[in-house]
Design a protein around this ligand. Structure first.
Ligand SMILES: Nc1ncnc2c1ncn2[C@@H]1O[C@H](COP(=O)(O)OP(=O)(O)O)[C@@H](O)[C@H]1O
Ligand SMILES: [Mg+2]
Length: 415
């Protein structure tokens, strides 16, 4: 009798345990979030950067000099995610925020700026008292639209006020944009709010527009106006900014966004699973960190695959082995291949030669040598790769991949 009871009891316990684990581990509840800009289940390793960002945003509103800043890092380290975090933070503070993503085939900055500043001014205009500063902001913006119309053709935005003749209507982007920023900044100040403009993939801005933006920020900074830019982009943007205006180096902070160290990489993996009572064997975590080198995008991909492969807790090294093949396949298809397919034949040859030399950075001269060419002969290929954001130049005459582990992908892609 006791024996039967015992058997029934253990069966119940086993069923209960495996049943529960199985439910907790279903793909439907997979917590990991591989994908551009997808918020991770655990934002690891960014506390210090976010705390600094919050202070800068708050200073801005108080009218204390606060430097605009730009998150700088390779693809997949989590810049877009951070930009969205800053946006949420600024909204919580009651600020007006607008987000722009600069594409490679991007529409003129003027158009985008008009759209977002118009939205910002109309939001301020709606609130309680009529403010002369907000009205003036709208008039100056209208002048800017007039000038942009002459330069670029029709623009569909209309504003129901008269133009502010002689302000922001010279047709010179740098001058006009600065005047618009000042007018809008003054409106925000009068309204006791702040405007935060978030710009993703900022390295795609053409030089003229980048320069105009820098000058506009410079002008509003000098007057301590509550309007700030928070950007994100590839490492090449630092040089682009200082090439455009030498003072850009002092005007902005450039927080470097890197891969996660071991402790934070572990946190990014373990914490989301714990919420579903799922654990990892230590060996399994170590193996994932080894494969991903702590790059956030890769951590999400490995986490995602190993979750789907595993059938019970704890997740084991055997699970990781199975998941790795799937993760690499998915990365090749989504993260790497989409970039590779856009390249010309000579560009692929260049990257292949680079990959053969290892992860890099490499001297451009060594790459040329590996290709049995002179640096000059491959100069335009290198420039093309920099423009389309595949490589950047960390120091003069050097080339480095903007995509982590792209060298390993290039070696796979050849087979
Ligand atoms: N701090 C982090 N911890 C864990 N995962 C992250 C972190 N930051 C980003 N990720 C993940 O990395 C991937 C890439 O993020 P994304 O912001 O698109 O990178 P980037 O804009 O730098 O290319 C996303 O899947 C995201 O969930
Ligand atoms: Mg991004």
């Amino acid at each position: 009798m006791a024996r039967i009871w015992y058997k029934g009891f253990t069966r119940l316990v086993v069923f209960k345990l495996t049943g529960e684990v199985f439910l907790n581990m279903k793909p439907q509840v997979n917590p990991y979030a591989p994908g551009a800009g997808r918020p991770p289940p655990e934002l690891a390793g960014r506390d210090a950067i976010l705390a600094e960002a919050r202070i800068a945003v708050q200073r801005n509103k108080l009218g204390r000099a606060a430097r605009s800043f730009m998150f700088v890092g390779l693809r997949g380290v989590g810049k877009t995610v951070l930009l969205n975090e800053v946006r949420i933070m600024a909204e919580e503070e009651g600020f007006i925020t607008e987000l722009i993503e600069v594409g490679t085939k991007h529409t003129h900055l003027s158009f985008t700026i008009i759209k977002i500043l118009r939205a910002a001014l109309l939001r301020m205009d709606r609130s309680k008292r009529v403010s002369e500063q907000v009205k003036r902001g709208l008039r100056v913006l209208k002048s800017f639209i007039g000038a942009a119309k002459i330069k670029y053709g029709d623009i569909e935005f209309s504003i129901d006020v008269d133009e502010e003749i002689g302000v922001a209507d010279s047709g010179m982007l740098a001058q006009d944009l600065a005047e618009v920023f000042v007018a809008v900044g003054e409106a925000a100040k009068a309204r006791k709010t702040a405007i935060v403009i978030l710009i993703d993939e900022i390295q795609n801005l053409p030089a003229e527009e980048f320069e105009a933006l820098i000058m506009a920020v410079h002008r509003t900074n000098q007057r301590d106006l509550p309007i700030m830019i928070v950007g994100a982009g590839l490492p090449s943007l630092i040089k682009m900014a200082s090439d455009a205006k030498s003072y850009a180096e002092r005007l902005f902070e450039y927080p470097k966004i890197n891969s996660l160290d071991r402790k934070e990489a572990r946190r990014a993996l373990v914490k989301p699973a714990i919420a579903s009572k799922i654990k990892f064997e230590n060996e399994a975590i170590e193996a994932i960190i080894e494969h991903t080198k702590g790059y956030p995008y890769f951590l999400q991909e490995w986490g995602h695959q190993v979750w789907n492969v595993a059938t019970k807790s704890p997740i084991t090294i055997a699970d990781v082995r199975k998941a790795s093949n799937l993760a690499i396949k998915r990365l090749d298809q989504n993260f790497f291949l989409s970039r590779y397919e856009r390249l010309s034949g000579p560009q692929k040859d260049y990257l292949r030669a680079m990959a053969e030399l290892g992860p890099g950075p490499h001297k451009a001269a060594d790459i040329a040598k590996a290709m049995k060419k002179t640096t000059r002969q491959i100069g335009s290929t290198r420039d093309g790769l920099i423009v389309n954001g595949m490589i950047y130049s960390p120091r003069h005459g050097m080339s480095a991949f903007t995509v982590p582990m792209f060298d390993e992908f290039m070696k796979r892609a050849r087979n």
